[in-house]
Design a protein. Structure first.
Ligand code: F6R
Length: 241
């Protein structure tokens, strides 16, 4: 695991964009896993700028998003499909028919088969929940879990209430790639910024690997890069500048 501590959010975003752009250039028809939430917004801005400068193209990519709320339509402003349109897909040349989200109905684990049938995920982008979740794999999620419908932890509902008009509007269920699904990606890029992530960062990166801290599963993956700002990295005993 490579852990890099950078000065601030902008530095994380542009360093992350370097990594994602290099992977797209190397595998222009690869499968890329995207995350939502506030953390990757700067990364997506930087990818759009690179696309506009002609440095990268999304035209042959397949995209697989990590998760989606259950019960929100694609045109609901807080749905993750809407988020991705607004922050990335609507600004680049990705083909709409190559954009996939985990399905909330039918058999969600069919999403894992779909990922495999497209060749597997080249690079998976992740944020980290303040409770250590990755995707919506909340504490207690099995390390061998597949894509499935899950209940959101009350801390996640509280954290995500900032995006909704009323906290009662936050969905209580989501469909998420499983931990095993995420670990099957060939490369993982985890981003975390801000003091409210520092505890989850320490527990994920330096604590024991336990299903109580979903992010700790990443310690067993052979190709993970973690980009942190100083505030998120504050509790780590080791970090590289
Ligand atoms: C989003 C996702 C979540 C977020 C996490 C951090 O697709 O899977 O795990 O990455 O909740 O969210 P932010 O970035 O808003 O702090």
């Amino acid at each position: 695991m490579v852990i890099k501590c950078l000065e601030d959010y902008d530095a994380i975003s542009s360093h992350a964009a370097d990594i994602v752009a290099a992977a797209i250039i190397e595998k222009p028809s690869g499968v890329f896993g995207f995350a939502t939430g506030s953390t990757p917004v700067g990364l997506y801005k930087s990818l759009i700028a690179r696309y506009q400068r002609g440095e990268i193209s999304f035209s042959r990519l397949t995209t697989m998003n990590l998760d989606e709320y259950v019960g929100l339509s694609a045109d609901h402003e807080q749905s993750y499909r809407f988020f991705m349109q607004r922050h990335l897909f609507g600004h680049v040349d990705v083909r709409p028919e190559c954009i996939y989200f985990p399905p909330e109905s039918g058999e969600p684990s069919a999403f894992d088969d779909l990922i495999q049938s497209k060749g597997g995920i080249e690079l998976q982008i992740l944020g980290l929940g303040s409770n250590g979740h990755i995707g919506f794999n909340e504490p207690g999620s099995a390390f061998d879990s597949r894509t499935r419908v899950v209940g959101l932890a009350s801390s996640t509902i509280r954290d995500n209430a900032r995006f909704f008009e009323h906290s009662r509007d936050v969905p209580h269920q989501a469909v998420t790639m499983g931990i095993r699904t995420i670990l099957e990606a060939r490369q993982i890029l985890l981003l975390a910024s801000g003091a409210n992530k520092s505890d989850a960062v320490v527990r994920s990166l330096e604590g024991p690997q336990t299903e109580n801290v979903p992010g700790s599963c990443l310690q067993s993956h052979h190709n993970v890069t973690v980009l942190l700002d100083d505030a998120a990295a504050a509790g780590l005993t080791r970090n590289e500048k």
